[in-house]
Design a protein around this ligand. Structure first.
Ligand SMILES: *Cc1c(COP(=O)(O)O)cnc(C)c1O
Length: 411
C-alpha cells in the first residue's frame, strides 16, 4: 500500500466522493495533530467542529475505555441507563423535553423532519408536509437532507427533487411570510450557517421566526449540528435570543460525541406527540458505547467556564482577524460567524488558501461563498489562538504573493 501520508493520490479502493489532501495523521492531543513522522499541525477545524474538547480528552478517553470493558451494544428494545442520563442532561439544559439518539447529524435531521410531519398528521392535518429551508444551508447527505437544503450540486443526478421541500433566499422576510401556507409543516434553519459560509442569523430573526411559527401553528426546527454545544459561546446558539427564539425541534451532533459518532433530535413533548412506538428507530442510535461518551462530553460542554473561555478566545480572533482584513484587503474580504464558528470570506480562492495554511501547519476548513472556516476546539488556549493568527498571517502573505504572480502571468 502506498504511504497515505505522502502519496499524492488516495487509494482507488475508496469511493471517490472526497477531494482529499495528501496528508494523514497518526495521533492527536488537545489542539494538535501529529503525522506518523511526528510533524505537528495546529488543528483549527476540529474534524469540522466535532472534536470540541480537543483530541484525546482524558475524560472522553476514560469513558470509552471503561465502557468498552463492560458493554458495547444491546438494543433499543431495552432500557439504556446512560441514554436516559444523556437525554436528561440535554433536556435539563435546553427547551426540549425528549431526545432521540442517532449516529450522525443527517439522521438527526431525518428524525426532525419526520417528527414535524408526524406532529401535524397526529393533529389531523396530514397535508402539512412542507419543510421551508434556505439557500446556503447544509443539513447533511441523506436524500431528505439534501432535498431540505436544496443545494443543486448535492441533488444533481439523484433523481427528481422530493415533494415537500421549499427553498427561499436567505434573509428575505417577505418571501418567507408569503411562502407559509396550508401545507407548511415547519421552518428548518441553522441559527449560524456552517458549510454555507458561516452567516449568523441576527437575534431579531430568531425571535421573528418564533413569532411567525406561533402565528401559523407550524414548527420551528433548528439545525444546531455545527453551531450548537458551546461553539458560539452559549450552549446553543438559539439562547442568544434569551428565550424568545426557542425552537420546537432541534438537531444536534458533531461535538455531542467529541469524535465518537453521536447525534440527537431534541423536541418538546408537544412537537414529539406523533412519535409513538414503532414510528421511528435506529439499531445503533443511543447504544451504550455511544452514550457513555456522550454523557462525558456533554458534562464538559455545559460548564460555564468553558463557555466563558469560548467567548474570550472568540473575541480575540474577531479582533485579530479584522486586523488581517485591514492588512491584506485583497485576501480577507469579510469576517463572519459567531463565537468559534468563524467564517473568513476571501478575495483569493479558498482551496488555495487552505493549502497555504497547511503549508504552515495550520488546519482550517473550507466553506461556501469562498470562505474558509476556523472551527478550533473550544479548549483552544489564548496562546494557541495567537499562534493560529500568526499562521493565518503567513497564509495571507502567501495568498497575496500568489495573486500578484497570477496577475503578472495573466498580463
Ligand atoms: C455536519 C452537518 C450536518 C450533517 O451531519 P453528518 O454527521 O455529516 O450527517 C448537518 N447539518 C449541519 C449544520 C452540519 O454542520
Amino acid at each position: 500500500m502506498a504511504d497515505p501520508t505522502t502519496a499524492p493520490v488516495p487509494s482507488d479502493h475508496i469511493m471517490g466522493v472526497y477531494a482529499r489532501a495528501p496528508l494523514a495523521f497518526e495521533r492527536g492531543e488537545g489542539s494538535r495533530l501529529y503525522t506518523a513522522d511526528g510533524e505537528a499541525y495546529l488543528d483549527c477545524m476540529a474534524g469540522i467542529a466535532v472534536t470540541a474538547l480537543g483530541h484525546s480528552h482524558p475524560k472522553l478517553v476514560q469513558a470509552v475505555k471503561d465502557q468498552a470493558d463492560k458493554l458495547w451494544h444491546t438494543s433499543n428494545i431495552f432500557r439504556i441507563p446512560n441514554q436516559e442520563k444523556l437525554a436528561t442532561l440535554l433536556t435539563d439544559n435546553t427547551f426540549a423535553d425528549v431526545a432521540f439518539f442517532t449516529n450522525s447529524g443527517t439522521e438527526a435531521i431525518e428524525c426532525a423532519i419526520k417528527t414535524a410531519r408526524k406532529y401535524h398528521w397526529a393533529k389531523g392535518q396530514p397535508e402539512r408536509i412542507d419543510i421551508i429551508g434556505f439557500e446556503g444551508s447544509f443539513h447533511g447527505r441523506t436524500l431528505a437532507a439534501v432535498n431540505a437544503s436544496g443545494n443543486a450540486s448535492y441533488l444533481e443526478g439523484f433523481g427528481p427533487p422530493m415533494p415537500g421541500f421549499v427553498h427561499l433566499p436567505y434573509g428575505d422576510h417577505e418571501a418567507l411570510k408569503a411562502a407559509i401556507g396550508p401545507t407548511t409543516a415547519a421552518i428548518l434553519i441553522e441559527p449560524v450557517q456552517g458549510e454555507g459560509g458561516a452567516r449568523s442569523l441576527p437575534v431579531s430573526c430568531l425571535r421573528g421566526l418564533r413569532e411567525l411559527c406561533d402565528e401559523h401553528g407550524i414548527l420551528l426546527i433548528y439545525d444546531e449540528i455545527q453551531c450548537g454545544l458551546g461553539r458560539t459561546g452559549k450552549l446553543f446558539a438559539y439562547e442568544w435570543a434569551d428565550g424568545a427564539g426557542d425552537p420546537d425541534i432541534m438537531a444536534v451532533a458533531k461535538a455531542l460525541g467529541g469524535g465518537f459518532p453521536v447525534g440527537a433530535c431534541l423536541a418538546t413533548a408537544e412537537a414529539a406527540k406523533g412519535m409513538t412506538p414503532g414510528s421511528h428507530g435506529s439499531t445503533y442510535g443511543g447504544n451504550p458505547l455511544a452514550m457513555a461518551v456522550g454523557v462525558a462530553s456533554v458534562e464538559e460542554l455545559v460548564k460555564p467556564e468553558l463557555l466563558d473561555h469560548v467567548r474570550e478566545v472568540a473575541g480575540y480572533f474577531s479582533q485579530q482577524l479584522s486586523g488581517l482584513k485591514d492588512r491584506y484587503p485583497d485576501v480577507v474580504v469579510d469576517i463572519r460567524g459567531k463565537g468559534l464558528l468563524i467564517g473568513v470570506k476571501l478575495g483569493t480562492p479558498n482551496r488555495e488558501f487552505m493549502q497555504h495554511a497547511r503549508d504552515n501547519h495550520l488546519l482550517i476548513a473550507g466553506g461556501g461563498d469562498n470562505c474558509v472556516r476556523l472551527l478550533p476546539p473550544l479548549t483552544l488556549s489564548l496562546d494557541e489562538a495567537r499562534e493560529a493568527i500568526g499562521l493565518m498571517e503567513k497564509a495571507c502573505e502567501a495568498a497575496q504573493a500568489k495573486a500578484a504572480k497570477d496577475k503578472v502571468g495573466a498580463a
